[in-house]
Design a protein around this ligand. Structure first.
Ligand SMILES: *[C@@H]1O[C@H](CO)[C@@H](O)[C@H](O)[C@H]1NC(C)=O
Length: 414
């Protein structure tokens, strides 16, 4: 009963026009807490993607891309490195995970952030932002303050957003192919595209999935597991309230953090962030000095349906389209949603997974690996505690992940 209450209250959405950002996070701290944060971390907490990239000495461009269904997305480009400039620079497209943004590829210092490392290794780096996040709350006709804007899951991100951003990069660079790196939902949406927009496979020179999420039957995240059986009720609740952005209420956050982090946990920073509550965290790989910075830029916004669709994946153990219940027949012409087809993904794919990932379980990754049309390699991160968010924020991300990804990209370029 308690859990039902929690999850209903979670989705009784408090509507607010702006996404969480540095200022409001810093405002939530006491002055003693704030005094303990180094000045440059405070400074970075208040910068957006362009501000951060500029501060660290890299060139940056902002591009707007319109999807076929009218969403206007912001891309950030780092066309050159600090040490490597000019020349023939193959494009690499980075796509963030759920509740994250382009900032997560540059939030660490240049010696441990994938976008900077790629730029200095000789690539032309493009970072996407999915519809609904901080940088992509825009539509040709729909208003993000209205629920109609939020009627999408990662299915639409894969079907519309990724193709639009890929076409934009190829048009701007005059290339026929690019390399793709996705984290979490950035992999799910890629698999949607490779399955349902098959022609895009030919535009991918190589794909690198950091924490691949397609099958979720075995996922470990306690919060997602508890929410999953109520996925469709939650959808009902949200549609009753007419607002479809995922914005957990403070009651929900208090209860979820007590449940998952224990008594008094609301004072532990990671227990106040819904991203950590969903994905877990690994104390050994989390740089606590940097934590205020991560907290300032996430959660970066998503629709409730993105979470509901993941909950459905866990329940059905299938990788398939959004379950519309009684409306499935009208939308899909069948009682159950159509499956995606990993077999038809012909782009060369590398999967990077780990044992302690709350969202991408090894067994589920293995099932995907066997079904993919052109799976080239599968790598287990050689650290037992490596978790979902360590792929973007982990202290040893360069050594354990990025160096390998960069080498693989070169191997498929030369
Ligand atoms: C943690 O972050 C701070 C601030 O960027 C940095 O000075 C320090 O070297 C980092 N620690 C580790 C272990 O990477």
């Amino acid at each position: 009963m308690l859990t039902i209450l929690i999850f209903v209250s979670a989705f009784v959405l408090v509507h607010s026009g702006s996404s969480p950002h540095g200022e409001s996070y810093l405002r939530s701290l006491s002055s003693r807490q704030k005094n303990e944060i180094p000045r440059d971390i405070i400074e970075d907490s208040l910068l957006d993607a362009v501000g951060l990239i500029t501060k660290y000495g890299y060139p940056v461009e902002v591009h707007e891309v319109k999807t076929d269904d009218g969403y206007i997305l912001t891309m950030h480009r780092i066309p050159e490195g600090r040490t490597s400039k000019g020349g023939n620079r193959p494009p690499v497209y980075l796509q963030h995970g759920l509740l994250m943004s382009s900032v997560d590829w540059i939030i660490n210092r240049p010696d441990n952030a994938l976008a900077y490392l790629l730029a200095d290794a000789g690539f032309d780096v493009w970072m996407g932002n999915a519809r609904g996040n901080t940088y992509s709350r825009k539509h040709a006709t729909l208003n993000p303050d209205k629920s109609k804007f939020w009627k999408f899951s990662w299915n639409e991100i894969g079907y519309y957003d990724l193709p639009a951003m890929i076409d934009h990069i190829l048009a701007q660079t005059g290339r026929k192919k690019l390399h793709y790196v996705g984290h979490s939902q950035g992999t799910t949406s890629f698999f949607v595209m490779g399955s349902n927009r098959k022609e895009y496979n030919n535009k991918i020179a190589s794909m690198h999935a950091l924490s691949p999420v397609a099958y979720m039957g075995n996922l470990k995240s306690p919060l997602v597991r508890m929410m999953a059986p109520m996925a469709n009720t939650i959808e009902l609740v949200t549609s009753l309230f007419g607002v479809n952005e995922f914005l957990p209420t403070s009651d929900f956050m208090t209860l979820a953090s007590h449940l998952l982090c224990g008594e008094g946990s609301i004072f532990v920073p990671v227990c106040t962030n819904v991203l950590f509550l969903l994905a877990g965290y690994n104390p050994d790989q989390l740089n606590t000095t940097m934590l205020p910075l991560y907290m300032s830029h996430t959660p970066a916004g998503a629709s409730s349906r993105q979470l509901v669709h993941y909950g459905q994946e866990h329940m059905s153990k299938r990788f398939r389209q959004y379950d519309r219940g009684v409306n499935n027949f009208i939308t899909y012409g069948s009682l159950t949603p159509p499956k995606y087809n990993p077999e038809s993904i012909t782009a060369p794919v590398f999967l990077h997974y780990s044992d302690n990932d709350w969202l991408a379980d090894g067994g589920d990754v293995d099932k995907l690996f066997k079904e993919l049309g052109n799976a080239v390699g599968k790598f287990r991160v050689p650290m037992a505690e490596w978790n979902h968010l360590d792929y973007t924020w982990g202290i040893d991300a360069k050594r354990l992940i990025y160096d390998r990804v960069i080498n693989l990209i070169w191997a498929f370029e030369l």
